[in-house]
Ligand binder design. Structure first.
Ligand code: Z2T
Length: 826
């Protein structure tokens, strides 16, 4: 597709101009970083026109708008993605080539914006991409963290965290919008006043601290449709010279405190995935961006509407997990205290505007704020939650008379805590899980009582990913091949068309081409590994990949124990046939998650031993990729042969990495968990490698006991040996204590947690058998190619375009927009 606004001559001139005005340099003198900036500003120039056109269109059409409220947006690099979505990647690449500039090298100059941990934050980014591509009005609402997800270094096998100073060189794509700043207030007390004029009780917050929230807008470019939405992330600034209450004026102490509050509040992303830490600063972050975002949404609505009762016709707030759930109380506060509505009207509006997505059933991830902390920080919001709870419990008692057990189980305020999930469910009109199995577990286990009381709220939205980033940008060779084979580019916005590849599943030439592309992507990854790890890996070996956050439930430990087992087998039976394998890991551990860090060290230690054992002839390699993030993920997915999705069944709500591997032609080796279930349904069981306990079996053991890992340890010699090797010094230069905790975690009950609570030993044998089947299958070159190709061919369901369309149809009911721009046609 030719985009006249990226006409080569003009674009080159623009880049030259930018280098000159930004840096007083010529192209030849500019550093790669300066070239990145200059190119990005040239691209932004074009984006801005579409951005303005989109906003104008919104003004004309007045469409319903979704506000996607999320503590995390894991956007990844913008330059390449924007070029792709503006259908200008190729022209710009050529234009730069002609100037002697390599676009890939320029892209590598961009810091990888990592305002998210993992799946939840990346899902938000994919959703924004799909919303713009499908032509819906949407805002992402979040925080402009000064430091995003930490950078991971591996030193002596251990993870070391360093700050992610992503704004150091300036962010060319963002716009600071001072004029839309909002004030956010914390703490103090509530004075109740009676206003004779209006006959109403008024609630006045006093003695509070406040910060000014300043929005930064980033463009979110839709694919080939001139639609540009906005990711609005908030920075905090002190309010120094105005808006202090009169008796506070000149209060130096308070001014300093407010300065500190502003500085700390957006300082850093909490690096926990699937874990709630309960820190006061985190609650401040939540209220900060939620309050600013809701204020902004209401101001915008009021500019062109005068009846707040009709807010639900134009506005929907989607809460990405419970992190932004304080939104419901904040909306109530604004409607009651600032807009003067009565409780029933305000409640009716709120409960038609707010919807909640649940992303996990892990108990340690559930947000439960201590009431004393919560009520001190957000006194008025807390009062409102008390009233929501009081009214809700009246309903519960009406429905279940005499059942005080129900009341205890369902209350929002209980046992000195605010249960955020309960608040989200009570005040939201929709509650959704992120994969079919996950939603079923929510309905019938975790949220059973709520499902029984309000079944109409519950629905499933199986996650998805954007093929624009994870195929077009990450795997251009395969993207071009798909286009050629399908005879159309339409798969870029309609992934269901991929099924047209099925007819090549028995075509030897097509299969050979497909595997040749895989091979070239494996060479690219091998070069990356050589450069970053100094390890030589053979691109002809099976690339077996597990990349995701490090968490016990994801069972990287199962994977590495199995590698240790294979190594034992090779050493014990040097003559046995063994297809060379490269086990590739990538994972960040939350900085305070000690056991996760031990597992990283173990993986690296096993790598050191195995990779340096000349006697095994390079049959086994173990590689730990440092600083796994969106930019290197794209390279890794493209090169994978095997996708490791081996969580304890029931624990992984969906997974989204699983879908990225599938798209890139890597069969799943996994448990029947999360979206794996649906992946297998789409691709067929014969094109995946499934093993392990089912979610029912896991839940049964958890509820009724009956699992004793010691029995397995004592009865299975291979497992016994591998487990013992954790404490016999094999992988620790003779140190018997280094992995003692991991050893104990498998065999001994410890305080609150059962031995092997993630069923690693229980699933070990069936995992090893599945791995054996992988090897056998891979030896059959054509048979494997067919499986790989069918994974790509059957991935249509897992585009975030499908997911977003379902959100629109079932929850948001947005209006489609068509942005009209004048482009001189060729
Ligand atoms: C997260 O990444 C996920 C769930 C969370 O629950 C928190 C974080 Cl940071 C509070 C993940 C799930 O673990 C994963 O299964 C899912 O695919 C992803 O969210 C997106 O829904």
């Amino acid at each position: 597709m030719y985009n006249p606004r990226f006409e080569k001559k003009a674009f080159k001139k623009e880049v030259e101009h930018n280098v000159k005005t930004l840096y007083r340099k010529t192209i030849d003198e500019a550093t790669p970083q300066q070239l990145f900036q200059a190119v990005s500003y040239a691209v932004k120039e074009v984006i801005i026109d579409d951005w303005i056109a989109t906003q104008d269109q919104f003004k004309k059409d007045d469409p319903k708008t979704v506000y996607y409220m999320s503590m995390e947006f894991l956007m990844g690099r913008a330059l390449g993605n924007n070029l792709i979505n503006m259908t200008a990647y190729r022209e710009v690449k050529e234009a730069l080539d002609e100037m002697g500039i390599d676009l890939n090298a320029i892209e590598d100059q961009e810091p990888d914006p990592a305002l998210g941990n993992g799946g939840l934050g990346r899902l938000a980014a994919c959703f924004l991409d799909s919303l713009a591509t499908l032509g819906y009005a949407a805002y992402g609402c979040g925080i402009r963290y000064r430091y995003g997800m930490f950078k991971q270094k591996i030193e002596n096998g251990y993870q070391v965290e360093t700050p992610d100073d992503w704004l150091k060189e300036g962010n060319p794509f963002e716009l600071r919008r001072e004029e839309y700043a909002k004030e956010v207030r914390f703490g103090g007390n509530i004075r109740v006043e009676y206003d004779d004029a209006t006959n109403r009780t008024k609630f006045v917050q006093e003695n509070y601290e406040s910060v000014l929230a300043i929005p930064y807008d980033m463009p979110v470019v839709g694919y080939g449709n001139h639609h540009v939405n906005t990711l609005r992330i908030w920075d905090a600034q002190a309010i120094t010279n105005f808006q202090l209450d009169s008796f506070d004026r000149g209060d130096y102490h308070k001014a300093v405190e407010q300065e500190n509050l502003a500085k700390t509040i957006v300082e850093v992303l909490y690096p926990n995935d699937n874990h709630y830490a309960g820190k006061e600063l985190r609650l401040k972050q939540q209220y900060f961006f939620v309050s600013a975002s809701i204020q902004a949404a209401i101001s915008k609505y009021k500019k062109s509407h005068d009846d707040l009762h009709k807010l639900p016709e134009k506005v929907v707030f989607q809460m990405n997990d419970t992190h932004p759930t304080v939104a419901v109380a904040e909306l109530m506060r604004i409607l009651l205290d600032e807009e003067g509505l009565g409780w029933n009207e305000a409640w009716d509006i709120t409960t038609h505007c707010c919807a909640y997505t649940n992303h996990t059933i892990m108990a340690e991830a559930l947000e439960k704020w201590p009431i004393d902390l919560f009520s001190k920080l957000l006194p008025r919001v807390y009062q409102i939650i008390q009233e929501i709870d009081r009214r809700f419990l009246i309903q519960v008692r009406e429905m279940y008379p005499g059942n005080e057990e129900k009341v205890r189980k369902m209350a929002i305020l209980y046992n000195g805590q605010v249960r955020m999930a309960h608040l989200a469910i009570v005040a939201g009109f929709s509650v959704n899980g992120v994969a079919r199995l996950h939603t079923e577990i929510l309905k019938h286990q975790e949220l059973k009582d709520f499902y029984e009381m309000m079944p109409e709220k519950f629905n499933n939205k199986t996650n998805g990913i954007t093929q624009r980033r994870f195929l077009m940008h990450g795997n251009p060779l395969l993207a071009d091949w798909v286009t050629e084979k399908l005879g159309t580019k339409n798969w870029i916005t309609d992934l269901s068309l991929m099924s047209g590849l099925k007819k090549y599943a028995d075509d030897p030439k097509a299969l050979a081409e497909f595997m040749d592309i895989k091979y070239r992507n494996k060479e690219r990854l091998a070069a990356y590994i050589l450069k970053h790890n100094g390890i030589e890996v053979d691109p002809r070996s099976i690339f077996d990949v597990q990349v995701k956050r490090l968490h016990e439930y994801k069972r990287q430990l199962l994977n590495i124990l199995h590698v240790m087992y294979l190594y034992n087998q090779i050493k014990e039976h040097p003559e046995m046939s063994f297809y060379p394998r490269t086990f590739i890991f990538g994972a960040k551990a939350s900085a305070g998650y000690i056991r996760a860090k031990e597992i990283i060290k173990l993986i690296n230690s096993v790598g050191d031993v195995v990779n340096n054992d000349r006697s095994i002839n390079g049959k086994l390699k173990v590689v730990f990729i440092e600083d796994y993030r969106v930019s290197n993920a794209e390279i890794i997915f493209a090169a994978a042969d095997v996708s490791e999705q081996i969580s304890t069944a029931s624990k992984e709500a969906s997974g989204t990495g699983n879908m990225k591997f599938m798209l890139n032609g890597a069969p799943t080796l996994g448990t029947m968990d999360g979206a794996n279930v649906e992946i297998v349904e789409e691709v067929g069981a014969e094109n995946a490698f499934i093993f392990g306990l089912s979610s029912e079996e896991v839940i049964n053991y958890e509820n009724y006991g009956g699992y004793h890992p010691q029995d397995i340890y004592h009865n299975d010699q291979d497992i016994h040996k591998v487990v013992d090797q954790l404490v016999d010094g094999t992988y620790s230069n003779g140190d018997t204590e280094m992995y003692r905790d991991l050893y104990n975690s498998l065999l001994t009950n410890q305080g609150g947690s059962r031995a092997d609570m993630y069923f690693i030993l229980k699933d070990f044998r069936s995992y090893a058998e599945a791995q054996k089947k992988v090897e056998e299958a891979y030896k059959d070159t054509e048979g494997w190619a067919k499986k790989a190709l069918l994974n790509t061919a059957c991935c249509g369901k897992f585009t975030s375009d499908r997911t977003i369309q379902e959100y629109v149809d079932d929850i948001w009911h947005l209006d489609k927009i068509k942005v009209e721009v004048e482009t001189e046609e060729e």
